[in-house]
Each structure stands twice: as structure tokens, then as C-alpha cells.
Design a protein. Structure first.
Length: 547
């Protein structure tokens, strides 16, 4: 028993000595390895400072493999031209987004001036190496956003050295969206992988076919060019199917662009449909009402920037009622002071309102200067998103929603209020409306103010997509008249249909004949159409018709 106990103590002692030896070896490795690793980082950073493209490529690969804490920041800075070096000391620095200078080795703030530093240069080869390195570093990141960005980066770079990491990430990924991105990245690598099996390439072709965008088309074409047999047949079939899909999405994108343009035309024309339709006045100053609305938005945003920066996201909501009121009051003043003396004399009305438009333009030019004014977009109108094969910007989307809201609100005013009832009565039969006790002069002034006010809020929307300048309204006045005449004078539903139709038609014509010739063709079409149907798409009985 004593012998057994002795052997047990000896085994424990041996185990203890082994553990201590391993620990000592680890400590020695760490003690010796730290300077070596620091030396390696120094050598890598020195490559950036050599100002030679091949050396920069090598430095990118070494830095990505080093595991240095500053590696991600350095590579991000390199891609955004924020990586700098001192030509004399060969020290490397990077700036953050705010412009603060940091030491690339330690990540601490640098106590040097940026004046004597040079930027590390980039070319296409360096950018390709940088894209691949950033993808490799982020593939196994704990941050889902970085993993998704890494998968997309590998898909674009097609760096075959990342294949093993993509396979490993795919096996561990649980997020459905990120897993799909890694599957597509793997398919991109397999489609161009020389030693991939037939089964792997067929699987890759199926994945790329399901992705269905232009990037997938490029990979399928590359696979078809190098493949044979079943792989080539599958690639060719996928290309044919994808061509049809892309053509459909392209047409849908054109429809979206057309609806977006049509909504802008509708906003600009809907107020003119009231003044021209109800009153028969050719108002050449209508564009300047749009301009007043845009400048109201500029003034509101300037005030918010100066006194209440936290309200900037609400600037458009604040500007809309103010623009309506300012443009509406201006419209009433124009009608009371000038237009009411010129009813029944369309040529004089045209000339008078054209003169008013010139006066308003010059007044704004004198007050605000001739240069474009900066009108910012709230955060909720910035950016875009993908819907299938469509690219939709939030700004245009919200303008379409706003246009629909304005149109429905105007319909509600015209059909569900006493003022709307009286205005429609004057439109349909002015003499009968007057004999029933309706003050037609007052209705004229309010109708002109309503049309001008709507033009003002159109200016709020247009300030987000066009230059705010004294000439803003001139860009839309002719198109507005075309929309109103084509849809049917005084008919708001006709104005809606005409604006959207002309917008979509313009976007489908542009790729074939260009923007200018496309507008000319539409103008010729409308002239010929009016010859056949003088009252437009939807005729409405009004004062001009009675006359």
C-alpha cells in the first residue's frame, strides 16, 4: 500500500512538473514573440511608407494577417485616402472621420502636425488587394454588419484565397440574410474556381441564377466562357433566363422613374389646373409661386440651423403651411391687383403675369442673390433601399406619397366643403352661380390663392430634388401647361393621368432618343392630340368653354 501511495505521489509530481514546463514555455514564447511581432508590424508599416504600389499590396496582406488592433482602422483609412506617412521618418499615421490624427502602430493620438505628411497612394491593384483583405478580416467577425459586408466584398472581389474562410463562416452562420450572402459569395468563387467539380459549379450557377442581378450575369458569362458540357448548358440557360428577368426589372425601374417624374409634374401643375381651369387665366407667374415655396423652405431651414438645430428633421413639416400661406397670399394679391381687371382678355393676362414673374424673379435675386441656395434633406429622406431589382430612393418615394396626399386633400376640399361646392358651381356655370347669390369675385380670388398656395407647397417638395434659385419655376411652367391641357382643362383627375403618363413616356423615350429630343417628341404628340381632342383627355365644361 505504501508503494502504491508513493507511485501516486510521483505521478502527481510529474504532472505538476509538466504543467509548469508548458506554462514556462508559453511565457518564454510570449516574451520572445512580442518584440518579433512588433518588429513585423514596423516592417509592414514601413512598406506603406515606401510609396510603391507593390509594397503597399504586400503591406495590406501582412497587416490583415497580423491581427494588429489597428489593422481595421488602417485599412479603412487607406481606402478613404486618410492614411498618411512621414517621408523622412517613415512613420505612418491615419486620420479618423473627424480629421484627428492617430499613430498607426499604437492607435493613440499623434502629437505631430499633418502639414508635412503625404498620403499613401492607391491604384486599381491596391484597391483590389484592399477589398480582399477587408473581406478576409471581417468574415468571422462577431459583428453581423461586418460579416454581411465581408460576404458582399468577397462576392465582388472573387478572391480565391478567401474560399476556406467563406466555407467555415457558412458552416457557423445562423443569420438567414448573412448566410444567403455567404452562399452567393461561395458561388462567385466556385464559378471562377479552376479546380471546382462539376457538381459544385452547377450548384454555383443555380445560386447565381437565383440572385438575378447584373453582377450575377457577369459571373455566369465568365463561367459559360470557360465551361463545357452540362456546366456550359446550365450557364447558358441561366443567362437567357436572367436576360429576361433583368429586362423586366429595367422596365419596372423606368416605370418607377416615370412615376417619380410624373409626381413632380403633378405637384407643379395641380395648382395651375385650378387657376387655368376655374378662371381661364393663363398665369405665367405660376412658376414663381413654386419658387416662393422653395425659398420659404430655405428660410425655415436657415432659422432652424441658427436657433433650433434639433428641429431640422421637422423643417419640411414646418415649411409646408408657411409656403402655402405665403404663396397663397401672393396669389390673392396678384388676382386682386392685376388679374381681376383683365378677365376675358387672355393675351393681356398672359403678358401681365409674365411681367409679374419677371418682377418676382428679380426681387428674389436681389434679396437672396443669383446663386443656388442650400436646402438640406431630413434624415428620413436620405438614402435608398432595394425592392427586388428596383432601386428606390427615400426622397423620391416620400415626394410621391406627398403628391398623393396633396391630390386627395384637394379633392376633399373641392367635394366636401362649401367653398369647393361654390368653386365648382362657378366653373360649370358662372352666370347661374352668380344668380344664386355666390360672390364670384370672392371665389375668383380664393381659387387663385388656393392654386398659388398649392404651387407653394410644390416648391417645398421640389427644393429636395432641384436647385433652389430664382429660375426654379421656369423649369416647370411649360411642362405644367402641357400637363393641364393634355389632361383636360380644370379636371384634376385628368391632370393626374396626364402627369403620370407624360412622366412614364418621357423615361421610356430618353434611352432611345435622349432627354431633349424625347421632350420634343412628347410636345409634338400633344399638339397632334389637341388637334383631335381640343378639350384634352377628360373634357370639363367651364367658363372658357362657355365663351
Amino acid at each position: 500500500m505504501t508503494a502504491s501511495f508513493g507511485r501516486g505521489r510521483a505521478a502527481v509530481a510529474a504532472t505538476r512538473d509538466l504543467i509548469c514546463g508548458i506554462a514556462l514555455a508559453i511565457l518564454l514564447c510570449l516574451a520572445w514573440g512580442t518584440p518579433a511581432r512588433a518588429d513585423a508590424i514596423d516592417d509592414t508599416l514601413a512598406r506603406f511608407a515606401s510609396d510603391k504600389f507593390p509594397e503597399t499590396e504586400k503591406a495590406i496582406g501582412e497587416l490583415a494577417a497580423s491581427g494588429a488592433t489597428t489593422a481595421a482602422a488602417i485599412l479603412d483609412a487607406l481606402g478613404e485616402n486618410r492614411l498618411l506617412f512621414n517621408p523622412s521618418t517613415r512613420a505612418v499615421y491615419y486620420k479618423d472621420a473627424a480629421g484627428t490624427l492617430f499613430d498607426a502602430k499604437t492607435g493613440e493620438k499623434a502629437g505631430v502636425e499633418a502639414g508635412g505628411l503625404k498620403k499613401v497612394r492607391l491604384n486599381n491593384a491596391v484597391r483590389g488587394a484592399l477589398e480582399a483583405a477587408k473581406g478576409d478580416m471581417s468574415i468571422l467577425s462577431p459583428d453581423p454588419a461586418r460579416r454581411l459586408a465581408a460576404a458582399e466584398s468577397v462576392f465582388k472581389s472573387r478572391d480565391q484565397s478567401a474560399f476556406a474562410k467563406v466555407e467555415a463562416a457558412l458552416a457557423k452562420e445562423t443569420d438567414t440574410r448573412i448566410k444567403l450572402a455567404f452562399e452567393q459569395a461561395r458561388a462567385a468563387l466556385l464559378a471562377t474556381k479552376v479546380d471546382a467539380s462539376e457538381a459544385q459549379r452547377l450548384e454555383a450557377i443555380a445560386t447565381l441564377r437565383a440572385r438575378g442581378d447584373q453582377d450575377a450575369m457577369g459571373l455566369l458569362e465568365a463561367a459559360s466562357a470557360t465551361a463545357q458540357g452540362a456546366v456550359k448548358a446550365a450557364a447558358d440557360s441561366a443567362i437567357a433566363s436572367l436576360n429576361l428577368t433583368l429586362a423586366v426589372w429595367k422596365n419596372l425601374q423606368n416605370v418607377w422613374y416615370g412615376l417619380s417624374l410624373g409626381s413632380v409634374l403633378l405637384l407643379a401643375a395641380i395648382g395651375l389646373a385650378i387657376t387655368f381651369g376655374v378662371m381661364g387665366v393663363i398665369n405665367m407667374a405660376h412658376g414663381e409661386m413654386v419658387m416662393l415655396g422653395a425659398y420659404t423652405t430655405f428660410i425655415v431651414q436657415e432659422w432652424i440651423r441658427a436657433y433650433q438645430p434639433g428641429l431640422f428633421d421637422y423643417s419640411l413639416a414646418i415649411a409646408i403651411p408657411l409656403a402655402f400661406a405665403i404663396a397663397g397670399i401672393a396669389g390673392i394679391a396678384i388676382e386682386r391687383l392685376v388679374i381681376r381687371f383683365l378677365y376675358g382678355r387672355p393675351l393681356e393676362t398672359l403678358l401681365a403675369t409674365w411681367g409679374i414673374s419677371l418682377i418676382l424673379q428679380q426681387a428674389v435675386r436681389t434679396g437672396f442673390g443669383p446663386n443656388n441656395r442650400d436646402v438640406g434633406a431630413p434624415s428620413w429622406m436620405a438614402g435608398s433601399f432595394e425592392l427586388g431589382g428596383l432601386s428606390i430612393t427615400y426622397g423620391r418615394m416620400w415626394i410621391i406619397v406627398f403628391t398623393i396626399g396633396v391630390f386627395l386633400a384637394l379633392q376633399l376640399v373641392l367635394r366636401a366643403t362649401p367653398f369647393g361646392l361654390r368653386m365648382r358651381a362657378v366653373t360649370q356655370n358662372r352666370r347661374m352661380a352668380s344668380s344664386m347669390g355666390i360672390n364670384t369675385n370672392r371665389i375668383d380670388a380664393l381659387a387663385f390663392g388656393l392654386g398659388s398656395g398649392i404651387a407653394g407647397i410644390a416648391g417645398v417638395a421640389l427644393s429636395q430634388i432641384d436647385n433652389v434659385s430664382p429660375n426654379l419655376g421656369q423649369s416647370y411652367i411649360i411642362d405644367s401647361f402641357l400637363v393641364v391641357v393634355f389632361g383636360g382643362v380644370g379636371n384634376l383627375w385628368g391632370t393626374l393621368v396626364a402627369a403620370l403618363s407624360l412622366g412614364v413616356a418621357n423615361k421610356f423615350l430618353e434611352p432611345f432618343v435622349g432627354a431633349v429630343l424625347g421632350k420634343i417628341l412628347l410636345l409634338v404628340f400633344i399638339i397632334l392630340f389637341i388637334q383631335k381632342r381640343p378639350r384634352g383627355l377628360f373634357a370639363l365644361k367651364g367658363r372658357a368653354v362657355e365663351a
